[in-house]
Design a protein around this ligand. Structure first.
Ligand SMILES: Cc1ncc(COP(=O)(O)O)c(C=O)c1O
Length: 490
């Protein structure tokens, strides 16, 4: 007998667990080594407690069931438990069984030996630009959709998945994207993916030659392109978005842009540049990869539609639920030119390996029944209120700091004087703030002069903590330049 997985069966939650513990304990007990069975079992239990696999308070299986799972005598288990009770590892009380002792939580040996690191500063306010308000996930509407979708799904939905994604979702997206984002789609041109990053990975595996990207963008996306063996080439970004007139000089066959809301600097791509990038794609046989990560959240005027509508044969449109619902769903969609569909499906493989069928069907129902539109409308107002509060707080407490990129999305950029970003980030950390500077977003090969700034995500903190986060931000920002402060005393 080398080792055994034990799953004490048939214990109800109140009989077998303390509040907060799982009803059954899967316990890996390696009974290998020298010595009697009893001492090997004791050693295995001590190790499980020491490593934290058996938490203090966990109820152990009754002798009988552990003995039968391990294929050893009941007496051996009873003896091992009794001795561990005497040693203080376990406690035994009438009616509550044998449990791991509350104080029996020694540090794992390797951790105990490790020298203590200085304590990391606690993050009190998360203003990273990555996440929407997680507390606002529409739990009950999502559950209603899930219940309806699972009940109505045909049996084959629970068989091996089609790599294109569920037909229900592709059909609903076709209608929704046309209506809400001006995307010209058809169900057979949509491939479901597990978010934008997955879509970009699939695409990078079939593209050839360099890919042009915005000089400011996600490093993570540049590395996806790099890992596929493609070079990313930076385009200058100015207040009209990416300088697409630079494309012919880059030798790129594809360009990745965030046209609705440049990430992270915040402006939309100017209409003339939208037309120009399509002209470039048509004349060179190139491809625009349109990252529409937060296109639903526009506050100051009607949403800026997708560039894809201008020429569906030259644009790959990629959308995602990461900002609109949750980045944890890992659900997105690619709307592809017809000529690219087979290549992307070949890259994805013969069966669906990323996107779960229940989430796909749930999202299809969620969109079809109008819950997605209702959620987006509510969230648009929610984030607009937050943006307004951010802007008014800064106008009152740091009027010398310019706030940009606020017409859309869930983040804003605070412009900082030259060479002050690093100090501002240090001050932010001292005030318990997690936020980003602009520098990490800059392409290493960009010829643009580096901009100093802070990227403030205002979606993440829960409502009750938002004002405190803004107060901490105000305290962390650099004061006005000295000239401004001394005007009353020449
Ligand atoms: C620029 C940008 N693109 C795309 C996404 C979405 O990525 P994903 O769908 O992989 O979570 C994000 C984050 O939500 C983003 O900031």
């Amino acid at each position: 007998m080398a080792e055994t997985w034990v799953n004490p069966r048939g214990r109800s939650a109140d009989e077998g667990t303390l509040p907060g513990q799982a009803a059954g304990t899967d316990l890996h007990l390696p009974l290998s080594g020298e010595g009697s069975l009893r001492s090997r079992l004791m050693h295995a239990l001590r190790e499980a407690i020491r490593s934290g696999r058996l938490a203090p308070g966990t109820r152990l299986p009754p002798y009988r069931s552990l003995a039968s799972d391990l294929g050893i005598a009941r007496n051996t288990v009873a003896g091992a438990y009794a001795e561990l009770v005497e040693e203080g590892w376990l406690t035994a009380r009438q009616g509550s069984g044998t449990r791991v002792a509350r104080r029996a939580s020694p540090l794992p040996p390797d951790q105990a030996r490790r020298p203590r690191r200085p304590a990391r500063r606690r993050i009190l306010h998360d203003l990273m630009p990555s996440s929407p308000d997680a507390a606002a996930f529409p739990r009950s509407a999502w559950l209603s959709s899930a219940r309806r979708a699972v009940a109505a799904a045909p049996n084959d939905a629970f068989s091996v998945g089609d790599p294109r994604g569920r037909t229900e979702l592709r059909g609903t997206l076709t209608e929704y994207l046309a209506r809400a984002r001006g995307v010209r789609a058809a169900p057979d041109r949509i491939v479901i993916c597990s978010g934008f990053a997955h879509g970009l990975e699939l695409l990078s595996s079939v593209l050839k030659g360099p890919v042009a990207v915005e000089s400011y963008g996600l490093d993570f996306h540049r590395s996806i392109i790099g890992k596929a063996g493609l070079r990313s080439v930076p385009l200058t970004v100015d207040s009209y978005g990416a300088r697409v007139d630079e494309l012919p000089d880059t030798g790129a066959g594809a360009v990745l842009l965030t046209p609705a809301h440049q990430f992270p600097t915040g402006g939309p791509l100017h209409p003339e540049r939208r037309a120009a990038v399509i002209d470039w794609a048509r004349s060179s046989g190139g491809l625009l990869v349109e990252d529409d990560y937060d296109g639903e959240f526009r506050y100051d005027r009607q949403p800026v539609g997708a560039v894809q509508g201008l020429d569906p044969d030259r644009v790959v449109y990629i959308g995602s639920t990461s900002k609109s619902l949750s980045p944890a769903l890992r659900l997105g969609w690619m709307v592809l030119p017809g000529w690219l569909v087979d290549d992307i499906l070949a890259a994805k493989g013969p069966r669906e390996m990323w996107s779960g069928v229940v989430d796909q069907l749930t999202l299809a129902d969620f969109i079809a029944c109008g819950a997605y539109d209702r959620h987006l409308r509510r969230m648009r107002q929610h984030y607009q209120r937050r943006r307004d509060l951010l802007v008014s707080t800064l106008a009152a407490t740091a009027p010398h700091i310019e706030v940009s990129g606020i017409a859309a999305g869930l983040h804003a950029v605070l412009e900082l004087p030259e060479n002050t970003e690093e100090a501002a980030l240090r001050a932010a950390r001292r005030h318990g703030l997690a936020l980003d500077g602009l520098h990490p977003y800059r392409h290493p090969d960009s010829t643009m002069p580096p901009r100093d700034g802070l990227v403030i995500g205002y979606g993440t903190p829960p409502d009750h903590a938002f004002t405190a986060a803004l107060d901490a931000l105000s305290l962390a920002l650099p004061g006005p330049p000295l000239d401004d402060r001394c005007t009353a005393f020449p």
